[in-house]
Design a protein around this ligand. Structure first.
Ligand SMILES: Cc1cc2nc3c(=O)[nH]c(=O)nc-3n(C[C@H](O)[C@H](O)[C@H](O)COP(=O)(O)OP(=O)(O)OC[C@H]3O[C@@H](n4cnc5c(N)ncnc54)[C@H](O)[C@@H]3O)c2cc1C
Length: 392
């Protein structure tokens, strides 16, 4: 098989790249090791930055998001039994959309297939070869074990943290930066209308909690739990009781609605960056290159930003014969990646209870939260990063 851009992975990064390239008249083939149903049902992120939502609209994928998703103009920080609203439009002129990653993936798959795009499901990439030549090639195997090869001009690995893209870079050119946190998130999906209009980020001495939503009838909630937690340790009653404690307001003016829990999962918390994000004709994008803890809602957004940059660079390469964007891709993408890494690390450190924290550390957290609640520039800094910095 031959194409112009070989893409490994049909997550949001690989699918959006393939869609944008199609709009620019550049051919691609997507190899995905899972089946379509699995890709469309995987529960993950739900906050879409202002600029990424705009990019979805501009590329013809905003209609369902605008109809069924929610525009959110703020979040609530809740600590010491009080709530403090961060008003995004007032502080930044921007907002975010609440629109699940699963829905973005569904729309992208449907659109690629309707446009005649090639997504090979149950095709696992097994090796990337010739990345220092002009004819790189991805070897892959079907579910039945039939082997084939995809030759292309460029390979883009959008194959997530556990894919083969990152490990295909020569060891001697790669540097990695890693931080593992001593806690995780227990996430639930519940058939209950959200108890709030906007996301609530709660810091409590027993740990962090987040109230989010998927629709008018489905809530998504998270609890900070120890890193090695098994969901079996958490009965539904225990989860609801712990959530109610962590979200409680001092004046008792708020009540958490409960309902049947339909999904429970554990998300480990990790920060990770690979440098560079390109070697020869192999590019890395999304989780293949970097991971953030989900507190700053940046994982999905970074993945989408990487491929927006890459799609424009490939457009210039083929429409204008100008490879400058491709040559600058790694440095340009990494500037945004490190900004998001810092923001995600900062939000995580601010909102979670570290088991090793001293009373002094706890006072530091509390003092900074009070500063954000009282000081407009401090709140603006949070809002700028959360809604997505357009200039980075
Ligand atoms: C459990 C979980 C919960 C999360 N929750 C949040 C959240 O609340 N907020 C947030 O901002 N972010 C969250 N994230 C992060 C966010 O979902 C990711 O940043 C986002 O999915 C990155 O998209 P991607 O396309 O780069 O990678 P992925 O979505 O991981 O897609 C990679 C794709 O490549 C495929 N693949 C892998 N190896 C191969 C191979 N060898 N051959 C072919 N295909 C391959 C995989 O099957 C997958 O479909 C979460 C992540 C996880 C794992």
């Amino acid at each position: 098989m031959r194409t112009t851009v070989g893409i490994i992975g049909a997550g949001p990064a690989g699918l959006f790249l393939s869609h944008l390239l199609h709009l620019h008249g550049v051919d691609s083939v997507v190899l995905e090791r899972r089946d379509r149903d699995y890709c469309e049902r995987r529960q993950r992120a739900g906050v879409v930055e202002h600029g990424v939502a705009e990019a979805l609209r501009e590329s013809g994928l905003g209609r369902r998001m605008d109809r069924e998703g929610f525009r959110h103009d703020g979040i609530e920080l809740r600590f010491d039994g009080r709530g403090h609203r961060i008003d995004f439009p007032d502080l930044t002129g921007r907002h975010v959309m609440i629109w699940a990653q699963t829905e973005i993936v569904k729309d992208l798959i449907a659109r690629r297939l309707a446009d005649g795009g090639q997504i090979l499901f149950e095709a696992e990439a097994t090796a990337v070869e010739g990345i220092e030549s002009k004819r790189p090639c991805v070897r892959f195997a079907s579910a039945e074990g039939v082997e084939d090869a995809l030759e292309c001009d460029y390979v883009v690995a959008c194959d997530g943290f556990h894919g083969i893209g990152r490990t295909s870079l020569p060891e001697e050119v790669v540097s990695t930066y890693d931080k593992v946190y001593p806690f995780a998130w227990l996430g639930i999906l519940a058939d209950v209308p959200p108890s709030c209009d906007e996301l609530i980020y709660a810091r409590h001495e027993r740990g962090f909690a987040l109230h989010s939503m998927r629709s008018e009838t489905v809530s998504r909630l998270y609890l900070q739990v120890p890193a090695e937690t098994d969901t079996a340790e958490w009965s539904d009653d225990r989860i609801w009781s712990e959530l109610a404690t962590r979200f409680e307001l001092a004046d008792g003016a708020w009540k958490l609605g409960t309902g049947p829990i339909t999904d429970k999962s554990i998300t480990p918390m990790r920060s990770f960056v690979t440098e560079p994000m390109r070697h020869g004709r192999l590019f890395l994008a999304g989780d293949a290159a970097h991971i953030v803890p989900p507190t700053g809602a940046k994982g999905l957004n970074l993945a989408m930003r990487d491929v927006m940059l890459l799609a424009e660079s490939l457009r210039r390469r083929y429409a204008e014969g100008d490879a400058a964007g491709l040559d600058a891709y790694s440095d340009t993408a990494l500037r945004r990646v490190w900004r998001a890494e810092h923001f995600s690390y900062w939000m995580t450190s601010l909102m979670h209870t570290d088991p090793a924290a001293t009373p002094f550390d706890n006072r530091m957290q509390q003092s900074y939260l009070e500063h954000i609640a009282a000081c407009r520039p401090a709140a603006a800094q949070l809002a700028e990063n959360y809604t997505g910095l357009p200039e980075v």
